[in-house]
Write a protein that binds this ligand. Structure first.
Ligand code: SF4
Length: 449
């Protein structure tokens, strides 16, 4: 198993019509097709009625077993490799630091988000446990086996955090509680803290309180869309999906009250038609509320309702990554930044020397998410190659250095004199950035400027 897989849609250097961003008018999802009656609600799986039998690797069996949470959960390929459940290697990463778990049901997720490989409309072509999600397959594993393995490692566990991702299903609120209890019964949350990636559509404030009482550390809401219009057309009425912007914000505000400052956040996907100004104002709003933003670069997931659309051009993504880092961790306010008539960042609101130091430190370009044990601004949730192929990395799951930084500077149009990026040079002599102490000292230097 490898993270190097054939790519259906490699990200281009520029967007539609040569633009360096994905405009709203272009990023229109297609409508979902009707699902044959026999295929709805996991119809094929239920008809087959095959008993579950241990670890299930997507596409390896002819028949999808009838697995469901809380007994089973799915986990990312990176987590399965790290746990030794699947063989494989991760390009320039020794392991992942976050054990990402996903509730699983034969009926699948009942929502229909346009960018998501797990969406309901895919019932017509693939059973739930075989669907790809953020570019990779998610094997299904008995929860008891996962707990046993992580508990056996004790303090030596490679994981800095565990995350339970809910999906839209009538059982997901109760089963999240059961999975969390199963974990905290055996594993000290101080050793591996737990994050909840929530599903606000089925939740009430009391559910948020219950998860906090049971030991969850951080609560996040996957807004995903940066504006109400994009939310509605990608995960609401526009695609026959049940989510609403209002309900997501209601639960986000509950999380702020219940979990408190720095312990809640929102996921945002960049490049679905919002402007850079839109997304950065949202980042500022989250910071002002006391929370964080966790960014994903839009990638046209195969089989999704947006798989015909362009991945986010790297220039747009890098500008937003850098500006988001400045707002989240460097006390730069969005009001200090300048934008052009298309909403693109033209001034990051910092003197060039300070900006150069932050770019060179590279942390801004790593995967963003809930923190691990290295430092606050280094995410445990590194999601290796979840939003790009290794050949054209969007979120770095390792510390970028050397040629990586030259490439990032090239994408930002911030190359230093005499340090031009040579295409492909990072593959000739990769500077393995797995040393997070190096990252820590680089950040310290950047902040000292
Ligand atoms: S609710 Fe989450 S898992 Fe379900 S379709 Fe939307 S993004 Fe995918």
């Amino acid at each position: 198993m490898t993270c190097l897989k054939p790519e259906a849609a490699a990200p281009a250097d520029t967007g539609p019509g040569g633009a360096d961003f994905n405009p709203f008018a272009v990023m229109q999802p297609r409508r979902p097709d009707a699902i044959p009656r026999d295929f709805r609600n996991g119809g094929r799986v239920k008809a087959a009625d095959v008993a579950p039998a241990g670890v299930y690797l997507p596409n390896n069996n002819k028949m999808t077993p009838a697995m469901r949470s809380p007994d089973y959960v799915q986990m990312s390929t990176a987590a399965a490799i790290t746990l030794g459940i699947m063989p494989g290697m991760l390009y320039r990463c020794a392991c992942t630091r976050c054990l990402n778990l996903l509730l699983t049901y034969p009926e699948g997720c009942r929502a229909n988000c346009a960018y998501c490989g797990l969406a309901r409309h895919r019932e017509a072509e693939r059973d739930y446990a075989d669907r790809n999600f953020i570019r990779v397959d998610w094997p299904a594993v008995p929860m008891a086996e996962i707990v046993e393995k992580v508990a056996a490692d004790g303090e030596d566990t490679p994981f800095h955090r565990m995350c339970i991702s809910m999906i839209t299903h009538p059982r997901s609120d109760d089963d999240t509680v059961t999975v969390l209890k199963q974990w905290t019964d055996r594993i000290d949350p101080a050793t591996v803290p737990v994050s909840i990636l929530s599903n606000p559509t089925t939740m009430q404030r009391s559910d948020v309180e219950t998860l906090k009482d049971l030991g969850a550390d951080i609560f996040t809401v996957a807004l995903d869309a940066a504006t109400p219009e994009i939310f509605d057309r990608t995960r609401g009425k526009g695609v026959d999906s049940p989510h609403s912007w209002k309900k997501y914000w209601e639960i986000l505000m509950d999380a702020r009250d219940v979990f408190g400052p720095q312990k809640f956040g929102a996921h945002i996907i960049v490049g679905m038609g919002e402007t850079e100004a839109d997304v950065l104002r949202l980042v500022q709003e989250l910071v002002d509320l006391g929370g964080h933003s966790h960014m994903f670069c839009f990638f046209p997931e195969k089989g999704s309702l947006m798989d015909h659309l362009p991945a986010t051009p790297r220039d747009q993504w890098r500008r937003v990554q850098l500006a988001r880092y400045l707002i989240d961790y460097c006390d730069v306010r969005v009001e200090r930044m300048a934008f052009d008539e298309e909403g693109r960042v033209t001034d990051f609101g910092l003197p060039r020397a300070e900006l150069d130091a932050i770019v060179d430190a590279g942390i801004a370009f790593r995967t963003s998410g809930c923190p691990g044990k290295f430092q606050e601004d280094i995410s445990a949730c590194d999601r290796p190659y979840g939003d790009s192929p290794p050949s054209n990395i969007a979120s770095y799951p390792f510390q970028p250095a050397g040629a990586d930084i030259r490439r990032i500077r090239h994408q930002l149009d911030m190359e230093k004199p005499g340090e031009a990026y040579e295409p492909g040079e990072e593959f000739d002599d990769p500077d393995d950035g797995s040393d997070d102490d190096q990252a820590a000292s680089a950040t310290a230097e950047a902040r000292a400027v």
